[in-house]
Every structure is written in C-alpha cells, then in structure tokens.
Design a protein around this ligand. Structure first.
Ligand SMILES: [Zn+2]
Ligand SMILES: [Zn+2]
Length: 316
C-alpha cells in the first residue's frame, strides 16, 4: 500500500476556458507515481502554478478526444522536450488514441527527447501497476469515451500474535504473503493462519464526460472519491443530456446509489459563472458533495476497517 493517494484539481471547467477556470485536468499521485487525468488546453501552465512539477508526470489517462480534454498535451510534451526529459511517458486513452495522438504530436517543429508509449484501452479493461490498478468503463457520450477507476492494491494485515504463537520467523512472512503459504518445520502455514484481515485499498473514480449511466453505480460502488461531471444544474437537464452530459442532480443520485464516501462536482459549463447552485442541488441529494476548484488538494485517507480475507482482490 502507498502512503499517499492524493488528488489535486488543476482545471475544473468544460467545453471552453473562462477567466479563472481551466479545462479538465486532475493529478492523482500514488506516492512517487504521478498520474494526470485529462489534459485540457492550458493544463501545463496551471500545473506550473501548482505544487506539482510537470516533469514528474508518469502516466496520462485521457477520457476522450474532445478538445477540452486533451489539447493541452501538445504544449505539455513540447515543454517536457525543451526541458530535456528522458524518462518515458505513458499515455492511455480510448480507441483511436494512437491515431489522434500521432497527429497531435506531429504539430510544428521540435525534437522529442523521450519515448512516448500510447496504450489504447477498451471498456472493462484492467491495467495493473505496481501499487494500484486502473479499470475502465464505457461512457455514454457522442464519441468513444471512458471513465477510470484507480484502485490501490489491497493489503493483508498480519497478526503479530498469530505469527509469534506459531513461531514463524519474520523473514518467512513475505514468502507466505507472496505464495499464500510456506512450509515451516514440516508444517504448512497458510496466509489466513497469520492474517488479521484485509485492508482494502483506496478507490478514486473519474467519469470524464458522460450522460448519467446505471453502470456507473456499480463501477464507482464504495469509492472513497467519485469525481463526476456536472455540466449544469437540473434546469438545463434535457439539453445537457442531449449533448452527452450529466446534471448535478443526476450525478448526486449516482453518488448516493454508489455509496461513495465523497463526491466532487466537476466540468462546469462556461455558462455557469458560479457553480454554487450546483452544489446546493447536489447536497440536497447527497450530503458528502463538494465543489472541485482549481488547486484544491485532497489526500484520500487510508481505510482503517479490516475485512475477511476472502474479499481479497489482490495482495501487496
Ligand atoms: Zn468536456
Ligand atoms: Zn466530451
């Protein structure tokens, strides 16, 4: 498990930028792995104004290829090259990512100083990283689009008393974790014999652009944080849904049904000068609703409850 699973909002608007509000961009840091979720126009400047270095970004997850979600990548990559970046960059996105990014990254004259690996993801795909995994969900939007769920690896907590009473040397514990068992002095010791329980990893879900979807309720179920688009409040609902978006009322209903711990409103229409009405509407449905705003940080608290071992999805 990582010590920090931290969200920083970089840009929170949608469609086109307005003064004081940039295009969608979020940083999720899992200790020293820096993930960028969407990269709208102007993201690099906003990142430079935050505490995060744009050079440290390891992975970029693009929800889809509407300009407000990816046009910032062109400038960002050229700046990384100017600054002599050498470490490879991984970019994940839905179908057509390779084609679109190849075109976008061929704009103008510059020398790329590092390798870029583009990974096209399908809906319901799982990508395992060292400390977390990423799942995808198909969005309901006019173009191919994905939601992402970032799930920290679960941890089997070891019960010290059980270890001592069974006389298991400390150096063998990792072996039992890895294999699920070990043979010690002719006796087979299994993981559940020394486990106190399972500490579930943290879960952060980001919707990108989508109409409200039933499938989101399962996908985001029990998440510590759901960042769901809320383009407007419910007075524009028919129009917003027609264009492939969600209102604050609809997103709050999803947050409530998905039993998430915290819901951030995100992707405010440029026609909404102040999203406070969206928050009032959302809070009326789901009290743990919060407005995302630029440079807001949230370090997702570690889970403290222990589950039975059978609910393991992975081990650390
Ligand atoms: Zn958008
Ligand atoms: Zn869109």
């Amino acid at each position: 498990m990582v010590s920090s699973f931290k969200i920083t909002f970089i840009g929170t608007g949608g469609s086109w930028p307005v003064p004081g509000r940039a295009m969608p961009c979020i940083v999720l840091q899992s200790d020293d792995v820096t993930n960028l979720l969407d990269c709208g126009e102007g993201s690099q400047k906003r990142i430079m104004e935050s505490k995060i270095s744009f050079m440290q970004i390891d992975n970029i997850f693009l929800t889809h290829f509407h300009g407000d979600h990816f046009l910032g990548i062109i400038g960002l990559i050229q700046s990384m090259s100017f600054n002599g970046r050498e470490k490879p960059l991984h970019i994940y996105g839905p179908i057509m990512a390779r084609n679109i990014l190849q075109n976008a990254l061929s704009v103008g004259y510059y020398t790329l100083s590092f390798d870029i690996f583009v990974h096209e993801l399908l809906p319901d795909q799982v990508v395992q990283f060292d400390d977390f995994k990423v799942r995808t969900l198909k969005n309901d939007h006019p173009v191919p689009a994905l939601s992402y769920s970032f799930e920290e690896n679960d941890l089997v907590k070891i019960d010290r008393k059980k270890v001592d009473s069974l006389n298991i040397p400390d150096r063998r514990i990792e072996e039992i974790r890895d294999k699920g068992f070990a043979e010690i002095d002719g006796k087979v010791i299994t993981l559940d014999m020394i486990a106190a329980g399972l500490k579930k990893g943290r879960k952060v879900v980001y919707s990108g652009d989508t109409r409200p979807m039933e499938s989101m309720k399962t996908f985001a179920y029990g998440a510590d944080v759901l960042i769901h688009e809320t383009t407007t409040d419910s007075q524009y609902e028919p129009k917003v849904n027609e264009f492939g978006h969600t209102s604050s009322r609809q997103a709050a209903l999803i947050a409530s049904d998905a039993k998430v711990k915290r819901f951030y409103l995100f992707h405010y229409s440029p026609r909404i000068p102040d999203p406070k009405d969206l928050l009032v509407e959302a809070k009326g449905i789901f009290k743990d609703s919060y407005l995302s705003r630029e440079f807001l940080e949230y370090d997702v608290p570690k889970r403290t409850d222990l589950m039975p071992l059978g609910s393991a999805t992975s081990q650390e």
